[in-house]
Structures are given as structure tokens and as C-alpha cells.
Design a protein around this ligand. Structure first.
Ligand SMILES: NC(=O)c1ccc[n+]([C@@H]2O[C@H](COP(=O)([O-])OP(=O)(O)OC[C@H]3O[C@@H](n4cnc5c(N)ncnc54)[C@H](O)[C@@H]3O)[C@@H](O)[C@H]2O)c1
Length: 260
């Protein structure tokens, strides 16, 4: 029988997009649970700040300024992750960019390629360098942060929705490829979460979150999520309590997708 795949206290977990939002909350939560966090972000100052607050609180964290679309940066992340006596048991592919007012006709090829690279190809690149580390540690967990847009979407988010759908299907095939290595792969499907991504979208539109339709239905949980709630769900997915879950998606959307 295979060992149980989870990320125990004392192991290392790589978290991308850890400078703010869900990534920062996840880095903080995992560090509180005794995990050494390898926190990466394009925004060097932000990820240093996340790490400083973790280490001030007694946690273990190393900050890496890196672009998850850049192969050399991604290889550097893996080198930093491996440079420790703590085995790398997990990867949270969280970094992404929001993209609105982009239907197929209005989206330039450059924008399409940039969004697909950041939101989908990064999951491929980061997984490619981290899988050997997790395998060498005896197994672990990869969590790919997708979105409700992988299931039900809205007008004007063509590259974002396509990328997030790709993250979901990539999760399934990775799970099948990696089960023999004792590596579980899960997708997380957040609904609306109160992060700079969502706030800056509202600012650009000159509207409140409520005016933009968040939360979308009084029949769903009538508020948007905090980043800490999603961090808690990620903590569950990499934990000993989720060891029979792989190749599937956990929807944490307050009930939005339950309604048609
Ligand atoms: N906020 C929501 O409502 C919501 C809903 C569904 C899914 N999500 C998903 O959750 C994840 C986190 O979103 P968030 O709301 O916390 O976003 P955010 O914009 O608040 O934070 C994203 C972080 O990723 C970093 N990042 C962006 N591009 C990068 C790159 N190329 N290399 C390294 N780092 C990069 C940013 O600097 C930023 O710190 C994303 O995958 C997003 O698509 C968010």
C-alpha cells in the first residue's frame, strides 16, 4: 500500500503569488502549521513583507522574487526550495492575473499569450521543477488554484476562463500521472474572494463590489470570502485529512455554482 500523501509540519511547501491575497494568506497559514514556506512572487517587496511577517511570528519562510512564466526564475525557485534539510512535500500554484473586458475579438495575441502564460503555463513550469523534489521526498501534494470561471463564466473573460479551464483539466491528468509517485494533485475553485485582484477590478470599473454583483446571489452565502478562508481550504487539501482526494476539484464559492 502507498504511503499517505500530505505535507507534514517540518516539510517545505512552495507557494506562488505569495505577495498578497490568497497566496499571502496561504503562506501565513501554512507557516503557522509548522511548514517551511518557499514564498514566491513577481513583486519582490510584497513577498519580502509576507515572509518578514511570518518570521516575526516565529515561522519559517524564504522569499523568492521570481516570475513564474520565466523558466530560469522557476528553476531558481526550485533551487531555493531544495536548499534546505526540510523535504519539499508541496506546491501551491496560486499566482495569476485577472483579465476583464477581453472577448476573443478584442484580445490581442500578446495579451492572450501573457494571460495564458501567467495563469496556465506557469502551473506547467512550476510543477515541472517541483515534481522531482516532491517525488524525492516520498510524495506530497500539488494544489492548483483555478476559478469558478472553469465551470460557469461571464462575458469578456476569454483568456482568463480558458486558462482556468486548462488548470482544471491539467490537474486531472497530472493526478493520474503522479499517483504512482504518491503525489496528489487537486484543483481549488474559489468564488469571489476579497483580494487586491478583485478590489482593483472594482476600482477600474468605478463600482463597489456589490454593484459589480459580488456576492452574486442572496441564495448563496451573502458575502465574498476572505483570503484566510481560502488559505484554510488549501491547508485542508495538503493535510492528512485529504489523503484520499486526488484529480478532483474542491469548490469553495459560497454556493454560487449551485444556482442556475
Ligand atoms: N480573488 C478572487 O475573487 C478569485 C476568484 C477565483 C480565483 N482566484 C484565483 O486565486 C488566485 C489568487 O488570486 P488573488 O485574488 O489572491 O490575486 P492577487 O492579484 O491579489 O494576487 C496574485 C499575486 O500573484 C502575483 N503574480 C502575478 N503574476 C505573477 C508572475 N508572473 N510571477 C509571480 N507572481 C505573480 C502578484 O504579484 C500577486 O502578488 C489566482 O489564481 C486567481 O485567479 C481569485
Amino acid at each position: 500500500m502507498r504511503d499517505l500523501a500530505f505535507c507534514p509540519p517540518g516539510s517545505s511547501v512552495v507557494v506562488t503569488g505569495a505577495g498578497r491575497g490568497i497566496g499571502a494568506a496561504t503562506a501565513t497559514r501554512l507557516a503557522e502549521e509548522g511548514i517551511r514556506v518557499v514564498a514566491c512572487d513577481l513583486d519582490g517587496e510584497a513577498v519580502e513583507a509576507t515572509c518578514a511577517s511570518i518570521t516575526d511570528a516565529g515561522g519559517a519562510c524564504v522569499a523568492v522574487k521570481a516570475d513564474v512564466t520565466d523558466q530560469r526564475d522557476v528553476e531558481h525557485i526550485a533551487e531555493v526550495a531544495a536548499d534546505s534539510d526540510r523535504p519539499v512535500r508541496g506546491l501551491v500554484n496560486n499566482a495569476a492575473v485577472g483579465a476583464f473586458h477581453m472577448d476573443v475579438e478584442s484580445t490581442s495575441l500578446d495579451d492572450w499569450n501573457r494571460i495564458i502564460a501567467t495563469n496556465l503555463t506557469s502551473v506547467f513550469l512550476m510543477s515541472k521543477v517541483c515534481i522531482p523534489l516532491i517525488r524525492a521526498a516520498g510524495g506530497g501534494v500539488i494544489v492548483n488554484v483555478s476559478s469558478i470561471h472553469a465551470y460557469a463564466t461571464s462575458p469578456g473573460v476569454a483568456p482568463y476562463a480558458a486558462a482556468k479551464g486548462g488548470v482544471l483539466t491539467l490537474t486531472r491528468t497530472m493526478a493520474l500521472d503522479l499517483a504512482p509517485d504518491n503525489i496528489r494533485v487537486m484543483a481549488l475553485i474559489p468564488g469571489a474572494v476579497d483580494t487586491p485582484m478583485l478590489r482593483s477590478h472594482a476600482e477600474r470599473e468605478g463600482k463597489t463590489l456589490e454593484e459589480l454583483g459580488f456576492p452574486s446571489s442572496p441564495n448563496a452565502i451573502a458575502r465574498i470570502a476572505s483570503p484566510e478562508e481560502l488559505a484554510g481550504t488549501i491547508s485542508f487539501l495538503i493535510s492528512r485529512d485529504a489523503t484520499f482526494m486526488t484529480g478532483s476539484a474542491l469548490i469553495a464559492d459560497g454556493g454560487i455554482l449551485a444556482k442556475f
